[in-house]
Design a protein around this ligand. Structure first.
Ligand code: ASP
Ligand code: MG
Length: 421
């Protein structure tokens, strides 16, 4: 008997007809022999409506009340689903965050799940129920309702799967699965059968917006296999799994484009100890995350420092950088919003050299100038002029042959084969 957690999001639950259709799908799954937990988010648009109501009164609502209010959409959708399942002859029970309970920290609006007691869910499953858990919400140690950040139902689903030690967490989406790149940019993008948690994290944090980052982090930590599936039920979707050796044979899995960054350059700062610290400490204290940093070659004891932040943080970052720049005696701070970051991601980079060189050659052939570069164990990123971002993605997609069935690299034969258990 397999235990499956299925996440159904707002885009798959537009109205009562969708609720009935999902109920039928869930019931069919149970009748096929699985124990099924559904984690649902609010019906499409409902959370937005709740947010708008609060914001119509003030832009800065008290966050305790705000969470109490914007979590309501899930109370409706989960109860509706339970009613629909019952109406179709099944046993179902809806559960809100506090009823499970799903315990979180006290960071309203963006709370993190700390602990889930899955005993009640387990008991209900044992009794033959389909359990419908409200996504996106939890309860803090004082009994206040919290929410997990917009789109947080993915995280709830993975956390419930981890707590239940479920065999699978299925996340239904309006897409076929996870692709080699955004098909709007490169129509030859291919659906990936499998991808590792780490690669998805790189792709998601790079703006590929596949799954909520926290959900993938949690899945990685607890070893939860996520199956991203098209809501239609047709098509194989993509399995997000723990990376293994076979996956390391694939050098590049995907290409991401992030247009949501700005570049700031602090011009002519003294090249001496403590300068970078003086510049980046205030940004860190203001909770602004800095992505790429480069420091130019020093000329006559002075240097330029460039870094990127998210566009929404640019104004604040500029103020802080200007203050620091004045202290340091720098000339000025220049900003550039017209940049894009292109990244190639793949587990195989760990064991194969030359990806960066191949990437830079492709960009150079396309006449695209690289402004900044950064690398990690499984990623190479380059900042380019925004107007060439999409072109860069297409060139790289072609260069790494991502439109072909995934090329595998032959590993040198090992002395002894791997023991099969
Ligand atoms: N209903 C919430 C939102 O719209 C949570 C979710 O969709 O996952 O953000
Ligand atoms: Mg939603």
């Amino acid at each position: 008997l397999a235990t499956v957690v299925q996440k159904w999001g707002g885009s798959t639950l537009k109205n009562v007809e969708d609720v009935k259709a999902v109920a039928a799908r869930v019931l069919a799954r149970q009748r096929a022999g699985d124990r099924v937990v559904v984690v649902a988010s609010a019906l499409k648009g409902e959370t937005d409506k709740l947010v708008a109501m609060a914001k119509a009164i003030t832009e800065t609502p008290d966050l305790r009340e705000y969470d109490s209010m914007i979590s309501v959409g899930e109370q409706v959708s989960t109860a509706l689903l339970a009613i629909a399942i019952q109406e179709q002859g099944g046993k179902a029970r809806s559960m809100l965050g506090f009823q499970v309970p799903i315990k979180t920290d006290q960071a309203y609006k963006d709370a993190r799940i700390e602990d889930i007691n899955a005993d009640t869910i387990r008991k209900l499953l044992d009794e033959g129920h389909i359990v419908v858990v409200a996504g996106f919400q939890g309860i803090d140690c004082d009994g206040n309702i919290t929410t997990l950040g917009r789109g947080g139902t993915d995280t709830t689903a993975v956390a419930v799967a981890a707590a239940l030690q479920a065999d699978l967490c299925e996340i239904y989406k309006e897409v076929d699965g996870i692709s080699t790149t955004d098909p709007h940019i490169e129509p030859r993008a291919r659906r990936l059968d499998r991808i590792s948690h780490e690669e998805v994290l790189e792709l998601a944090s790079l703006g590929a917006k596949v799954l909520m980052i926290r959900a993938v982090e949690m899945a990685m930590k607890h070893g939860v296999t996520i199956h991203v599936r098209p809501e239609t039920g047709e098509g194989l979707g993509t399995l997000v799994v723990k990376g293994d050796q076979e996956m390391e044979e694939i050098i590049v899995s995907g290409i991401a484009l992030d247009r949501n960054q700005s570049k700031l350059t602090v011009i002519r700062v003294p090249d001496q100890p403590g300068v970078a610290a003086a510049l980046f400490r205030p940004l860190a204290d203001a909770n602004i995350s800095v992505d790429m940093i480069i420091q130019n070659v020093s000329e006559s004891g002075h240097t330029d420092v460039s870094f990127t932040v998210r566009k929404e943080d640019r104004a604040r970052a500029r103020k802080l950088a200007e203050a620091a720049a004045r202290e340091l005696g720098s000339e000025r701070v220049a900003t550039d919003d017209n940049i894009a970051k292109v990244s190639v991601v793949g587990l195989g980079m760990r064991s194969h050299a030359g990806v960066a060189a191949q990437m830079f050659e492709a960009l150079s052939k396309g006449g695209i100038n690289i402004q900044m570069i950064s690398t990690s164990e499984i990623k190479v990123s380059a900042v380019v002029d925004e107007k060439y971002g999409e072109l860069a993605v297409r060139l790289l997609h072609e260069t790494f042959q991502l439109d072909q069935p995934r090329p595998r690299v032959k590993k040198p034969a090992k002395a002894k084969g791997k023991q099969k258990r």
